[in-house]
Design a protein around this ligand. Structure first.
Ligand SMILES: [Zn+2]
Length: 499
């Protein structure tokens, strides 16, 4: 027996089924299909049919238009039908998601992650969002502009990993890995039958190898600080061989919610509201537990034989590095990012040359995951306000509301995927990274701060403020009083004046 509210909803849908444009109006004016309660115990009603928006609806000429009435974009050509399925419901006719059991011990019993909204898979998809992280939008642009067919299927011949990472118990543990697909690199092997049927299943990870030339590494080789071994450091120019793993985010929502100490309903509602309502199924499909968010992923750089990474009997040097384009690539000197990255790569290479393993993991979390616009606004506020270390975090908090949005809670997943059980030399001073790793069950034996001589003068404001706030140091502990005396470069030599 359906609850009264469900029966009312069904009658309304039946009443208006002959007037699609009215339904679209109702959808916007009265979002009656959205359950008000989002807790796990809440009943999620199942709708008998998907809500359809008739895009042919046009505002009546001459009539003043309500700001809430739908204005429809003009569709040209016949790529899409004129009806849009805005969302779906569990129990709805034809809805039959492909089984997906996160945390199952092997890929086949876990099931493929199917996110495609193609006509074949819309009712069978078992995940929300889209492939490609933030690049999913470019993919849509390519289709919109006619450069890419909507039903394009990649030919994945020869794209398989250059190294087969050994299975780890964490791959089948739904508490250890919640933000990536442990089989995302191996779908061609694991889901051959489904691919042969034409299902749109895509890799969310890729493993390759490369030769790299990094200026500071070349310098270290020239100065005799790194030796040429012919295998990792290939020659006297400082060319280095590396194995790389790219990972796109795939979130198991119950696990992500648990890491952040919130209930799943709150997480879903917040993601829905603060992406402009982009993913209605976060609300209407509590049975779908997996979400591919439109955010950047990460890259693992492994120096030395990749099989050593999970070998507990050899030493591991590791740097977790969060993106800072201005410093990492363009070498602005306001922070220690590039110098610490260079130090991390150097020490990782050195550990690998000593028979151990060296790993650098690069996360796309620009400017503490606040983005460059916020970061530059903070720079201005700092430089115009007298750039002292005691005000360092306040300036960020004033503009961003928080001092950091990197939230390291999901970061250790990749370490568990790699099979890392202990880190001998952690090339990071961050207490947040340290705590997240240790709390996830991986031991850290030694922490290595950036050497003093690698710290640019203007970045003392940042590093001293961080040390005072809890960053690890083997040097001087910085008191709050000390911070007032740590001052960055001003803009005196720049004409920051009105004309
Ligand atoms: Zn930086």
């Amino acid at each position: 027996m359906q609850p009264a509210s469900q029966r009312t909803q069904n009658s309304i849908l039946a009443l208006f089924s002959f007037f699609p444009s009215l339904i679209s109006l109702l959808f916007l004016l009265h979002p009656f299909h959205l359950p008000a309660c989002l807790s796990k115990s809440c009943f999620f009603p199942a709708s008998p049919s998907s809500i359809m928006l008739d895009t042919s609806a046009k505002p009546t000429e001459g009539e003043p238009q309500s700001p809430t009435s739908p204005t429809s974009p003009t569709l040209s050509g016949s790529r899409y039908s004129k009806h849009i399925v805005l969302t779906t419901y569990p129990g709805q006719s034809g809805i039959d998601p492909i089984p997906l059991e996160w945390g199952a011990p092997d890929a086949k019993s876990r099931g493929p992650v199917v996110v495609s909204r193609s006509s074949v898979l819309l009712k069978r998809r078992n995940a929300m969002g889209a492939h490609g992280g933030s690049y999913s939008i470019y993919n849509a642009l390519a289709i919109a502009s006619g450069e890419l067919e909507p039903d394009f299927r990649p030919d994945l011949s020869n794209s398989q990993p250059t190294f087969n990472f050994p299975w780890q118990p964490a791959w089948g543990d739904k508490t250890k890995i919640v933000s990536m697909d442990p089989w995302g690199h191996d779908i061609v092997n694991q889901f051959r039958d489904e691919l042969d049927k034409g299902w749109d299943i895509r890799p969310t990870m890729a493993v390759t190898r490369a030769n790299m030339n990094f200026a500071e590494i070349s310098e270290a080789v020239k100065e005799g600080k790194l030796e040429v071994d012919g295998s990792i450091v290939v020659d006297a120019s400082g060319e280095v061989r590396v194995t790389k793993v790219a990972v796109e985010p795939v979130w198991y929502l119950p696990g992500v919610a648990e890491r952040f100490g919130v209930d799943e309903g709150t997480l879903r509602r917040t993601l829905f509201e603060h992406t402009g309502g982009s993913y209605p199924e976060l609300i209407t499909r509590p049975d779908l537990k997996v979400f591919l968010p439109p955010i950047g992923g990460l890259t693992v750089y492994i120096f030395g034989p990749p099989e050593r990474v999970s070998d507990e009997n050899v030493k591991l040097a590791l740097r977790i590095h969060d993106e800072c384009n201005g410093s990492d690539v363009f070498q602005s000197d306001i922070c220690t990012c590039r110098p610490y990255l260079a130090f991390g790569i150097r020490e990782a290479i050195r550990e690998a040359q000593n028979g151990g393993s060296g790993v650098v993991i690069y996360f796309r979390k620009e400017g503490r995951a606040l983005g460059e616009v916020i970061k530059y606004l903070v720079y201005n506020a700092r430089k115009r306000g007298g750039d002292t270390a005691d005000k360092y975090f306040t300036r960020t908090e004033n503009i961003a509301g928080v001092r950091d949005m990197r939230f390291q809670a999901l970061m250790p997943d990749i370490l568990h995927w790699l099979g890392i059980k202990k880190i001998d030399r952690m090339l990071s001073m961050s207490n947040m990274k340290h705590d997240a790793i240790v709390e996830s069950g991986i031991k850290i034996l030694e922490r290595i701060p950036i050497p003093e001589e690698m710290i640019p003068t203007d970045s003392r404001v940042e590093i001293d403020a961080k040390i005072n706030a809890g960053y690890f140091t083997t040097g001087k502990q910085i008191t709050t009083e000390d911070l007032t005396a740590v001052r960055g470069r001003g803009w005196e030599k720049w004409e920051d004046i009105t004309h």
